[in-house]
Design a protein around this ligand. Structure first.
Ligand code: NAP
Length: 328
């Protein structure tokens, strides 16, 4: 079969012939075992770019990258793949055996993939394979951050930072579907305008000095903030919080947090959470939520598998609005 293979640090992924996975432990009557999925579409996450640049733990060569995928099982069932492997029994945090599909195990940038049987769920019928492939990792991360960690409620004011991001866009769609009033930040006025056209109340450019002061004055402060950048800008997110706010971050694109005012955090009774992807239960709940609200992931562009390096480059440059998908 054909696959896009990570062969070295900072090198293009190699489009090459590799061995098709064999199902040596097929699903048994208790639902355990593995299934082989014929991948129809895969999607990129920033994780794939971090790995390509050597900026990730446990990198090994060669590996087929890709955490997101949708396709068909051998009996023709249309499925999407949960990239969270071995979450474990505790809903609060993942087990020591936890893995994300696409490193160390071979991922979805291939014609076929073998995954644990419990990691597939039927594809929502209202989604194409390309749209379904866009959902898993980013949708799961946004779902846990909003609902499990921050416990958002209808009518609350939610701020999503860096709306150009894949997870951020799902957070926008999910928070709107949950009945929240949502604002966004971005480095791009065009991306803020796109978010407003999707239902956001407004947005702020995080590169504009003092944006958080304006946001606080205009909105009265946010009850929930979802962030992936951390870094020096995190202090501004805290300044824009209402009393009792919950702030959750799942990424550290901008590195270590600095300049945070402890006085604002303790006096406003702010809770700060870290979050990573989610459990099998949360994945299933997320897919059910997407089905119930007929949410359609935003796909920025679809590439062929062969042209996957162009998609990797676009993600690295941050030019996209929505998910970058590979049609296989
Ligand atoms: N822990 C987890 O489970 C998990 C899961 C998914 C992602 N992540 C991490 O979260 C981050 C985003 O991932 P992704 O796949 O959503 O990436 P992505 O689609 O490439 O999104 C990147 C976005 O980050 C935004 N950004 C950059 N600098 C920013 C800043 N200073 N303040 C606010 N936003 C900023 C940009 O938004 P604008 O273009 O709007 O400016 C950019 O579009 C990555 O670091 C990734 O590794 C972690």
């Amino acid at each position: 079969m054909k696959a896009l293979v990570l062969v070295g640090k900072n090198e293009d992924l190699a489009f090459q012939e590799v061995e098709k996975p064999q199902n040596t432990d097929p699903k048994d009557s208790s639902g355990k075992g593995s299934v082989v999925v014929k991948v129809k579409a895969a999607a990129l996450n920033h994780r794939d770019v971090w790995i390509q640049k050597g900026m990730y733990a446990g990198i090994k060569y060669p590996t087929i990258l890709g955490s997101d995928g949708a396709g068909e099982t051998e009996d023709g069932t249309a499925v999407i793949i949960n990239p969270s492997i071995n979450w474990g029994e505790n809903p609060r945090f993942q087990s020591k055996k936890y893995e994300i599909l696409g490193l160390p195990t071979d991922g979805t940038f291939a014609e076929y993939i073998k995954v644990p049987a419990e990691n597939i769920v039927p594809k929502p019928e209202h989604l194409t394979f390309e749209q379904a492939a866009a959902l898993p990792l980013a949708g799961l991360t946004a779902y846990r951050a909003l609902f499990t960690r921050c416990q958002i409620k209808a009518g609350e004011k939610v701020l999503i930072s860096g709306i150009g991001g894949g997870v951020a866009l799902f957070a926008l769609q999910f928070a709107l579907a949950a009945g929240c009033d949502v604002w966004v930040t971005s480095s791009s006025g065009e991306k803020i305008a796109r978010a407003v056209s999707m239902g956001a109340k407004g947005g702020y450019n995080y590169r504009t000095e003092g944006w958080s002061k304006t946001a606080l004055a205009e909105t009265g402060g946010f009850d929930c903030v979802i962030d992936s950048a951390a870094g020096t800008g995190f202090a501004d997110l805290i300044k824009a919080c209402a009393a009792g706010a919950r702030v959750c971050f799942y990424g550290g694109t901008n590195g270590a947090i600095s300049g945070l005012s402890p006085q604002i955090v303790f006096y406003k009774q702010i809770s700060i959470f870290g979050s990573t992807m989610g459990s099998t239960q949360e994945f299933n709940d997320m897919v059910a939520f997407v089905e119930a609200h007929k949410i359609v992931p935003v796909v920025d562009e679809v590439f062929t598998l062969e042209n996957g390096n162009a998609a990797m480059k676009k993600m690295d440059e941050g030019k996209q609005f929505g998910k970058l998908v590979l049609s296989i």
